[in-house]
Structure formats: structure tokens, C-alpha cells
Design a protein. Sequence first.
Length: 330
Amino acid sequence: MKTELCARLGIEVPIILAPMGGATGPELTAAVSNAGGLGMIPLWYLDSDGVRAGIRGVRALTGKPFGVNLNLNWPQEERLEICLDEGVSIISTFWGDGAAYIARAHQAGATVFHTVGSVDEARRAADAGADIIVAQGFEAGGHVRGTVTTLALVPAVVDAVAPIPVVAAGGIADGRGLAAVLALGAQAAWIGTRFLASPEAPIHARYRELLIAAGAGDTYYSTTIFDIGWPDAGHRVLRNKTVDAWEAAGSPPSGARPGEGEVVATSPTAGTVHRYEIGTPAADATGDIDAMSLWAGQGVGLVSRAQPAGEIVREIAGEAEAVIRRLTGE
């Protein structure tokens, strides 16, 4: 299953953990890396001490390669410097112009992934010096960059930025999906929702139950329902009572949404969560978990049971190998 990108990154299988804010900590990141994939931990919303603790937490659990994700909608210069000071050699950037960050990371010898949602954005990232382009299709959960599906976007990006390696994201949750995106020219798959079903993901048990019970048609995409924190940021969640009530009210703007301002949950680690606020349901949350922002991609329909993260990596890789052998007659 090794691709050229695997050899470049020092990983065994072309599976990369999508960095899911609030749902990815050191345990999940390390588990994916220890199984031969590449763990990615999102640290873009933490203070300096939190960034260092996150990096060191992963290092305490694995000696394998892993990366750190930074969301460029907010200034990340200080966090990037901490990552480089801590010896992080793989940086993932998203949602913005990564040119300055890419240049600084390269000065320190780091490899940079940049996530895009269109061919034009992929070309700009390539011109800025990104080492690896992540092409995120519309099927993706959480924060969604573009409006083109994975099947259409990935080969177009591959053609546009060759020979820069491309990683496919969005709707990939099993070995068939991995085999498919490799056939499209990608060199790895970026997988998020499937890993939410692992015990290493620090999410509420009820959230995990809802993910396992959901089908591909049970997700909802919007740019306005949940308060993501930056304008017109597309996001995909499980349809729930908050979505249904908002739609029934005519999808009103912020300030006029039904139940706005109500406290729906509290958490010792995450604090108070009001209706429409982003807040991945933490494992220690109490309250109306079903009313929170339940991030999920359309691949959720392929998530049928809880599994350890390492087992998920091995199962996806094994399934993809079997598909490729069947198609090639080997």
C-alpha cells in the first residue's frame, strides 16, 4: 500500500488523520501514527502552553511521524514558531493564504500540507510553495472549504499541481474509498469521521452513538446555522433538533434563530455551550448533547461500529489492498 508520499513522510500506509478540532487529541493522533498512518493534531485554538503540551503529549505516546494543523483564519505565527521550536517537521495549514507560513516552515526544514477546496486555490498553494496539497471535497465534515465533490475535485487538482503530491479528503471512510482516490491520482486519503468512532477520540458517548446510527443522507451543510467564528464558513454536521427547529423557523440569521442563547450543555474542559455555538461534544459534557454541533461528513453512513483507531487504520488499508488486487487480477 505504500505510495511515494508514504516513503517521503516515513509512514507505512497512505492514511492521514483529519485534524478535527475538539475531537483529536494526543491519544488519537498517536494511535493513527503507531498503526502506520500519519496522525494530525489541531492546535490552532490553544494558547502557547497548550500547543507545547499537545505536541509533547503526542511525543510521549509515539515515536512515529505526526503533524500539527493550524487554521489560518486566525494569526498563527506564534503557534508556528512553537511547533518549529518543538521540532515538529510536518505542518498542515488550512483556510487562508499560507505563503508566509510555508516559507517560515521551510526555513526550519518542515514539510507543509495545505488544504484547498478548488483547483484555483490549489494552484495558488502550489505557487506559494506547499509541499503537499490536500483536496477537500464537499462531502467532508466539519469545516468545508469548497463546493466540488471529491470525485470531481481530486483528479482536477492532481492535473493542476503535478508533480506535487495530492491527498484526497471528503467522504472517505473505508478501503474502497481509499482505493478509489488512489485511482484518481491521490497519494493518500485524509480521513476524519470514521475515526470519531474510536475510543481514542475524546468525544461524548452519545455523539459517537449518533454517528454510528447515521446514514449518508443524515448530514446537513450550511454557512450560517452554527457560529463557526468567521464569515460564510461552510460546515457539515449531523442533522439534529437544532437544525430542524432553525429550518422550521425559515432559517433566520444570527440574532433571530429559535432558542438562540440557550445553554444546551456544559463541560469541565470545554465550558458552557450555547445553542448554535460550535462546541464538539466533549466526553465530560452534560446536557442536551443531541442539540450541539455534531460534526460529520457524508462518509458517516459507512461508520457502523466503534473500533480502536489502530484497528481502523489496518482495516482500511487491508480493504484497499483487496480491492486493488481484485481490480488488477493479482
